[in-house]
Write a protein that binds this ligand. Structure first.
Ligand SMILES: *Cc1c(COP(=O)(O)O)cnc(C)c1O
Length: 405
């Protein structure tokens, strides 16, 4: 390949090589997300495609970060995380889910849930192994499997009226002798599904029977809006603590997604393996944030109750607006997103709908099919995010109403 850098002293043997990205990253990063974000930018449309929260954080937490910086907490923290944060995470898991973890050895602070997931998959999977995850799913899962030389085997969630449900037969059918890991995301992105106690019991049964290691992604653990719907930790079920690493993060709970502070809880040997990978990804990060979050996590329930109230109202505002626009919104009990069926608006395909929506009414959304690894995506579903300011959602709803005219 001619890179146009002739005369810079590149050796002939190097020049003769044709550079290409390694297979493990080839094709990554070019997606409908890039296209839709660009559409939002060029058309000035309201971006309900991305899940970046535009909501405030606890003022005391922000002050504590500033104080921690000024107090000199600016060097590497311990690789496993600031001790007070590990203690706060362990206390949080015990208080909320009744599962005890030793802050020394069973809790690891990471650079967001993103690094925790990557380090866990790298720690548990050899090349050729298989990871099962429910489809649709967060985009990092398939990428992490690929970085590890493993393959993500998608298990489609069943569509049941206005919501998604576990298909336990599909889960069993997806397993093979190479299946090492199950990634369970509840509350679930993008669907807003909270796995029910019966579904979790089924999943746990499969994991025990087939001796699977479980990575749970619980970053939306505090953002459940429906009365009578509760987030349950699969690690609390019989025989599950010893095979499960729990992943969570401060990003979605405190509207601090730019801080990238996450954590892992699990039995010591599993956490040690995750830590072995993690230390060579980032070693450690975010000292002042860790210091401040140690305090905030102790009273997270108070904060989260208020945030849930806000997000519940935003979900309802968006859901009502989508219905008024002639779409069919799905149930979203948790998280940041509502899916809507675009067929009632005359579209058979969510990709076409999303490409036309900015020009037609000035709103950007993402086709839910973008979150499917497997081929059974319902092509007519579209994801809208409601983690925005009320005024932004109100304007989006006003614009969407034009679809019904
Ligand atoms: C946002 C998100 C993450 C990433 O969390 P960070 O702490 O920002 O790295 C992981 N999983 C899901 C399902 C998410 O929505």
């Amino acid at each position: 390949m001619d890179l146009g850098v002739g005369g810079v002293g590149v050796g002939a043997d190097v020049e003769a090589r044709s550079w290409a990205p390694a297979a493990r990253v080839r094709g990554m990063g070019t997606s409908i997300f890039t296209e839709m974000t660009e559409l939002a930018r060029t058309t000035g449309a309201i971006n309900l495609g991305q899940g970046v929260p535009e909501l405030p954080s606890p003022p005391a937490l922000l002050r504590d970060v500033a104080d921690a910086v000024l107090a000199g907490h600016n060097q590497y923290p311990p690789a496993v995380g600031f001790p007070a944060l590990r203690e706060a995470v362990a206390a949080h898991q015990l208080r909320r889910y009744g599962v005890a973890y030793d802050p020394v050895g069973e809790v690891l602070v990471t650079t967001g849930a993103t690094e925790a997931l990557a380090a866990a998959v790298l720690a548990f999977c050899d090349p050729g192994d298989e990871v099962v995850a429910f489809d649709p799913c967060y985009d990092a899962y398939a990428a992490d499997a690929r970085l590890a030389g493993a393959t993500l085997v998608p298990v489609p969630l069943a569509l049941d009226g206005d919501h998604f449900a576990l298909d336990a037969d599909a889960l069993r059918a997806a397993l093979s002798p190479r299946t090492r890991v199950l990634i369970l995301n509840t509350p679930h992105n993008p669907t807003g599904k909270v796995f029910t106690p019966a579904e979790l019991a089924e999943v746990a049964d499969v994991c025990r029977t087939y001796d699977l290691t479980v990575i749970t992604d619980e970053v939306y653990e505090h953002l459940v809006y429906e009365d009578g719907v509760r987030h349950l930790a699969v690690a609390a079920l019989p025989g599950m603590r010893e095979r499960t690493v729990v992943v969570s993060s401060a990003g979605k709970t405190f509207n601090t997604t730019g801080w990238k502070i996450g954590w892992v809880c699990g039995p010591a040997p599993l956490v040690a393996a995750v830590g072995a990978a993690k230390q060579f990804l980032t070693y450690a990060s975010g000292t002042p944030y860790q210091v401040a979050l140690a305090r905030a996590l102790g009273s997270v329930e108070e904060w989260a109750a208020g945030l849930r109230g806000t997000l519940r109202a935003h979900r309802d505002l968006l859901g009502t607006g989508l219905a008024a626009a002639g779409l069919r919104p799905f149930r979203a009990d948790a998280g940041y997103f509502v899916q809507a069926d675009v067929r009632p608006a005359g579209y058979g395909n969510g990709v076409d709908f999303c490409r036309e929506l900015p020009g037609r009414v000035g709103v950007v959304a993402i086709p839910t099919s973008a979150f499917y690894v497997g081929s059974d995506a319902p092509t007519w579903l579209v994801r809208f995010s409601f983690c925005k300011e009320a005024s932004v959602l109100e304007e989006a709803v006003r614009r969407l109403a034009a679809l019904a005219r």
